[in-house]
Design a protein. Structure first.
Length: 284
């Protein structure tokens, strides 16, 4: 797999390739590519967010990237790559995670993503950040894929949704409380206002509400890209894909033999996402 990634890098960077994922924007662009810190009101606090803004006057298509549990892999390389390709990229931290105020709760994570989308769609913020509000895509990795699915199933105005090695948090009840506590214990270092027991109990109590499988009809209203890996989560994602397709949705799928974080296939991941984004129509 490392050899494949190296071969892909060499091909993308070969003379004449002019791949936008690997080509920095000109320093003469106005405005230049830049970053802006955002503070997003959600649940009575302001969570932390960061805008990677593309070069040029815009408005630009924009992707919002939701991190996982707890979010050690934040996919910032994807944010940088897609910005080079002309997309704005927005990352954020849920309440109680990675320095955002509040207490961490699974039920709040989709609310926080909705708050980010609402901020970006405000006319004043869209103008300030150069956002084409008809071309906003929501993406998420691991638990962030679940957040993306939950939000996209209720938001037909998204231009698309991307699930990357998604963890259907509502389906984790099958692990049992003890195993969930073990998983939570290994994911709690950067979370505040919670505990392994609290996290396990919330997942057990809210399993039905958090399950993506009944949300096929909602997800069918938004183009979906579903990317899976060799992490054991694909069987939990397949029923979601089937439900969306059964409801008439457009779903693109790809499986990559790599780990949960796509550690040796990052260029492949960026390329797959970019190619899919290029074909997306704007939502009117």
């Amino acid at each position: 797999m490392r050899h494949l990634a190296l071969a892909l890098l060499l091909a993308l960077s070969a003379p004449g390739a002019a791949n936008p994922l690997l080509t920095d924007p000109p320093a003469t662009a106005a405005p230049r590519a830049r970053m802006e810190t955002l503070h997003v009101a959600s649940g009575g606090v302001e969570i932390n967010a960061l805008a990677y803004l593309a070069a040029g006057p815009g408005p630009h298509p924009t992707i919002v990237i939701c991190h996982g549990w707890p979010g050690n892999e934040k996919n910032l390389d994807l944010a940088q790559a897609l910005r080079r390709a002309g997309w704005n990229a927005i990352t954020f931290n849920y309440r109680g995670s990675w320095g955002s105020p509040g207490n961490f709760r699974f039920s709040q994570n989709p609310e926080d993503a909705k708050a980010v989308l609402a901020l970006l769609r405000r006319p004043d913020m869209a103008a300030k950040l150069g956002i084409d509000t008809s071309r906003i895509v929501l993406a998420g990795h691991s638990m962030g894929g679940w957040v993306t699915g939950m939000v996209a199933s209720e938001d037909p105005n998204l231009a698309g949704a991307i699930l990357i090695s998604a963890a259907n948090m509502g389906a984790l009840i099958g692990l049992g409380r003890d195993r969930l506590m073990v998983e939570a214990a290994g994911n709690s270092d950067s979370l505040v206002g919670t505990s392994p027991a609290l996290q396990a109990d919330e997942l057990m109590a809210d399993a039905a509400r958090n399950d993506l499988r009944p949300r096929g009809a909602g997800l069918a209203r938004v183009p979906l890209l579903v990317l899976t890996s060799d992490d054991g989560l694909k069987p939990l994602t397949d029923p979601v894909v089937a439900a969306a397709r059964a409801a008439g949705g457009t779903v693109s799928e790809a499986h990559q033999p790599t780990d949960h974080s796509w550690s040796d296939a990052r260029l492949m991941l960026a390329s797959r996402i970019h190619d899919w984004l290029k074909a997306l129509p704007a939502r009117r």
